[in-house]
Structures are given as structure tokens and as C-alpha cells.
Ligand binder design. Structure first.
Ligand code: G16
Length: 543
């Protein structure tokens, strides 16, 4: 086997965002674009000669091509074993599971998550470290720095590997191993949850609808829900991963999973509805007649996790991203465990999980997970819900109402302004930042600003700091609005506005969310001037 050194020139735009490098497919199709980034990943790492690298992706358009590039480059750079999910498939949580199960040095995961796929849509590459979690900023910063000066990449001359046949192939001094993408993950789920109890629940006529959104969770959900837990065939909808996700956004929110939402709000709704995203790390939970917000789902899962075998010893701590509602904080308080508030991005939970400081983590962006892997995990959340439902034998609605009556309710919504001109969005944020000192004491209608700041995080494990992670406007009485720019978009900027109002126990816990937060929504323009800066008068998506 000859290692080829291919001369290349840098691209200036390979800065990883919230979760890896995400760009449109034609950007990735530029000469050497993917190879440059993959070589920059390898050049940022030390000591991997002879070790194992995991490679997989969510099956979107361009997945197979980049998998072949990554296999050749992994071999040329000296990995001893390359483990690839059959068909080039590994969901993000399954990739995390496989990295841990096989003691791999790290993994390359090809995905643009919930973003659409296809020849002109989105693609992405991220690197996960040996704990199975996303590379921390120290590494992503190094990757970016290397990508700006790269002059060569290493590859080998070899035919494509047959991705569809399990087994091992020796190439030079390395082994390429194609594995079943589902088996290790499904085995882990069987360890964590009471499959017998869930099977009994299903056997009693409990009906589940799971929308895989033509994305990667199809094979996982079919194996686990239909084959192992006894849900009838057809429980998993849109269960075949398609390169363009059937032309839809594989984003499990109320806009893109509207069909499921409508089903769950209908007269003949199943008992439990759920969906997952492009790469399987996000989740949407809907009970009969009730959408559970991701922030509430985190709190309810944390409060009931002890009902599942994997968590019966209790939680060490709960972590949530800053924009996620404070519902989980009240559960942590009641359980007497610490609550950690981190910046947006699953990578910030890794240190807390590794240090044994937190067991369950969650984000408002439909992500929940635990210390079983180092990524958020859509099907895990579905299975924990099913385990809780099997143990409590109550409806999702009853569990939610009981939760609010014990802890109070955090009314919560996120307003997204998508594809906004980046300069206008930056100007808006800069102006807000400039007024932070003067906002406290200012009244907006009936609301008065108590404090305002730009969230900064000091990692309690490694002492690293992350600044400018979102502008928080906290009102007297505990309501809050947070402004932040998304780090996962691929065109223009996305402004996210997170709106939250806490209703204590004894208050009106049965309001419609838009009514409960109407006064806060009414202050957004006066505080931030989104319309003035961007011309947008309405959000594109409300979740
Ligand atoms: C990624 C990160 C999440 C983050 C989300 C939203 O999710 O893994 O931790 O909450 O992006 O980020 P933003 O608000 O910056 O768009 P995913 O599912 O896209 O990988």
C-alpha cells in the first residue's frame, strides 16, 4: 500500500459551528474540500497510530462518497482499524455508543442533523473523541487553525470498500470492519430499560406512533420498537433512510412533524407519539392531546428516571443548556442534586458526564440524553418515556399535570428568525450587548428588567471559559428572554429568541402557552429591534 501525499490549498470557511462543519453539499463538493477538513481533524490529534477510528453518517446525500474518502485517509494517516456502520449508517448516538464499546480513539460522523439533505441541501462532518462525545472547543479551534494553512492531505490508492457487506477487509496494515449499525446500540438500550415492562404495556393495547422522518432512526426504531418491544408493524412511520429525507426537513418540531402532531391531537390519537431527526439525536414527545416541550421533557424524565433499571440508583446531577427552561432546576432541587447550566452545544456536557457530576442532560433544542453515551439520544428519550409510562400506567397528560402540580410550570417558547442577513443579525446582537448595562430597571409594559448579561461559562472540570453564549434579559418575578444566534445554520444567520415565564404551584397551570407568554413576546421588538435591524416582523418557526 502506498500512501499518497496530495497537494492542496486551504479554504477559509472551515470553522466548525455548534456541532461540526455544516455547509451546503456543493460547498463540500469543491475539490479537496472534505479531504482538507478530514486531514485537519487528523492533524489536530496526537497518538492515534494503530488505534481504531469509527466512521458513519446519517445516510444523507454525499454520505457514501465522503465515507470512502474518510476510510482511505484514515488508513493513510495510520489508524489500525476503521469501523464503519453498514451502508455508511450510524446515528449520532449509535456512533457515540460504538466509539465507547470498541474503545476507539475517535469517530467521524457525517451529518447535518435536522437540516435538509439532497444535492443542493446540507452536509456536515464532525469529530467525536474517545469518550464518544463531540470534540471540545480546544480541538475544534485547532482543526480550524490547521484548515487555514493546510498544504497536503494523505490518502491511499485503493478501490472503494463494499459498505453493504458485514466483515473485515485488510488494506495495507489496517483493517476495515463493516458492522451492523444497530446491534451495539440496541443492546445498550436493553441494559438501561425494562423491556419486559414496556412489552407488557404494548401488549395491553398501548399504541405508539414513531416518525423517523425518512432519516437514520428508521432501522433503529424498527428493530427496537417493532421487533424487540412488540409494537405492531407500521408503528415506525417514514422508516427508510432516504438521501433527501423525502424532500422534508428531518427536524422533529411542531412545524416539520406536523402530521404526527395532528395525529396526536386527533380523536383517535395513539397513546404516545414521538419523532427523531436526521441523525437520531433529537426527539419530539407528544402524548395524546399534549405536546411536551423539550425543556419539560427533560424535567419530567429526570423526575421519573429512577423508574428505569439503568437509573434506579438515582441521578448524580442534571445539566441543561442556558436557554433551556428552568423546569429541570426545580427537579434537581427536589432531588437534592446539583444543576449545571452550560452554553448551547452538547459538547459542553461531556466533561460533566465524564467527571460523574451529571447523569441526565438536556437542551431546549429537542435534545435529551444521559451518561450512557456522550451525545444526545432521540430513541433513548423515547424509551425512557415508554419505561416511565409502563411503570406508572398513567397517560402522558396525567404525568405532565402531576409534574406541574408538584413543581410549577415553566411556560416556554422559542421564536426563530431564519436565513436573516448575517450583518444585520450581528448588528442587532451588538446593539443589545451595548445596552446590557442600562437595561436593568427599565420597564416594558408591566415587565421590569431585573438583570441582563451575556452568558459566560466556566467549565468546572477543566477550567476553560466560553464567552458571549447568549444575551439574557431577566425580569422581576422570574420571567426571562434570551437572544442568541444559531451556530448550526448553513445560510445567513438564524436569530433565536427564547421566552420563558414561570407559574408557581397554585397558579394557573393550564394556560395555552401563547397566552401565558404574550406580554413577554410583546417586549421583544422594543428590547432587540429585530424588525428594525432585519426587516422581519414575524418569526419563521415557533417551537
Ligand atoms: C446541535 C448541538 C446542540 C444544540 C443545537 C442547536 O444540535 O448538538 O447541542 O443545542 O445544535 O444549536 P443552535 O441553536 O446553535 O442552532 P444538532 O442536533 O443540530 O446536532
Amino acid at each position: 500500500m502506498t500512501v499518497l501525499t496530495i497537494a492542496t490549498t486551504p479554504y477559509a470557511d472551515q470553522k466548525p459551528g455548534t456541532s461540526g462543519l455544516r455547509k451546503k453539499v456543493p460547498v463540500f463538493q469543491q475539490p479537496n474540500y472534505a479531504a482538507n477538513f478530514i486531514q485537519s481533524i487528523f492533524d489536530s490529534l496526537d497518538g492515534f497510530a494503530g488505534t481504531t477510528l469509527v466512521i458513519g453518517g446519517d445516510g444523507r446525500f454525499f454520505n457514501r462518497e465522503v465515507i470512502q474518502i474518510a476510510i482511505r485517509m484514515g488508513i493513510a494517516n495510520g489508524f489500525g482499524r476503521i469501523i464503519v456502520g453498514r451502508g455508511g449508517i450510524l446515528s449520532t448516538p449509535a456512533a457515540s455508543c460504538v466509539i465507547r464499546a470498541y474503545g476507539a480513539f475517535g469517530g467521524i460522523v457525517l451529518s447535518a442533523s435536522h437540516n435538509p439533505g439532497g444535492p443542493t441541501e446540507d452536509f456536515g462532518i464532525k469529530y467525536n473523541i474517545s469518550n464518544g462525545g463531540p470534540a471540545p472547543e480546544k480541538i475544534t479551534d485547532a482543526i480550524f487553525a490547521i484548515s487555514r494553512t493546510i498544504t497536503r492531505y494523505l490518502t491511499i490508492e485503493a478501490p472503494d470498500v463494499d459498505l453493504d457487506k458485514d466483515g473485515e477487509t485488510r488494506i495495507g496494515g489496517s483493517v476495515v470492519q463493516i458492522i451492523d449499525p444497530v446491534a451495539d446500540y440496541a443492546a445498550l438500550m436493553e441494559q438501561l430499560f425494562d423491556f419486559d415492562a414496556i412489552r407488557t404495556l404494548i401488549g395491553s393495547g398501548f399504541r405508539v406512533a414513531f416518525d423517523a422522518m425518512s432519516a437514520v432512526t428508521g432501522p433503529y426504531a424498527t428493530e427496537i420498537l417493532e421487533r424487540r418491544l412488540g409494537c405492531p408493524a407500521g408503528t415506525v412511520r417514514n422508516g427508510t433512510p432516504l438521501p433527501d429525507f423525502g424532500g422534508h426537513h428531518p427536524d422533529p418540531n411542531l412545524v416539520h412533524a406536523k402530521e404526527l402532531y395532528d395525529l396526536m391531537m386527533g380523536a383517535d390519537a395513539p397513546d404516545f407519539g414521538a419523532a427523531s431527526d436526521g441523525d437520531g439525536d433529537r426527539n419530539l414527545i407528544i402524548g395524546k392531546g399534549i405536546f411536551v416541550t423539550p425543556s419539560d421533557s427533560l424535567a419530567m424524565l429526570a423526575a421519573n428516571a429512577h423508574l428505569a433499571p439503568g437509573y434506579k440508583a438515582g441521578l448524580k446531577g442534571i445539566a441543561r443548556s442556558m436557554p433551556t427552561s428552568g423546569a429541570a432546576d426545580r427537579v434537581a432541587e427536589a432531588l437534592g442534586v446539583p444543576l449545571y447550566e452550560t452554553p448551547t452545544g452538547w459538547k459542553f456536557f461531556g466533561n460533566l458526564l465524564d467527571a460523574g457530576m451529571a447523569t441526565i442532560c438536556g437542551e431546549e433544542s429537542a435534545g435529551t440524553g444521559s451518561d450512557h453515551v456522550r451525545e444526545k439520544d432521540g430513541l433513548w428519550a423515547v424509551l425512557l418515556w415508554l419505561n416511565i409510562l409502563a411503570a406508572r400506567r398513567e397517560s402522558v397528560m396525567a404525568i405532565a399535570q402531576d409534574h406541574w402540580s408538584r413543581f410549577g410550570r415553566n411556560y416556554y417558547a422559542r421564536h426563530d428568525y431564519e436565513g436573516v442577513d448575517s450583518a444585520a443579525a450581528d448588528a442587532m446582537m451588538a446593539e443589545l450587548r451595548g445596552k446590557l448595562g442600562t437595561l436593568p430597571g427599565t420597564a416594558f409594559g408591566t415587565l421590569t428588567v431585573a438583570t441582563s448579561d451575556d452568558f459566560a461559562y466556566l467549565d468546572p472540570v477543566d477550567g476553560s471559559t466560553s464567552n458571549q453564549q447568549g444575551i439574557r434579559i431577566l425580569f422581576e418575578g422570574g420571567s426571562r428572554i434570551v437572544f442568541r444566534l444559531s451556530g448550526t445554520g448553513t445560510s445567513g444567520a438564524t436569530i433565536r429568541v427564547y421566552i420563558e415565564r414561570y407559574e408557581p404551584v397554585g397558579g394557573d397551570l393550564a394556560q395555552a402557552t401563547p397566552d401565558a407568554i404574550a406580554d413577554l413576546v410583546g417586549t421583544v421588538e422594543a428590547i432587540a429591534g429585530i424588525a428594525r435591524h432585519t426587516g422581519r416582523t414575524e418569526p419563521d418557526v415557533i417551537t
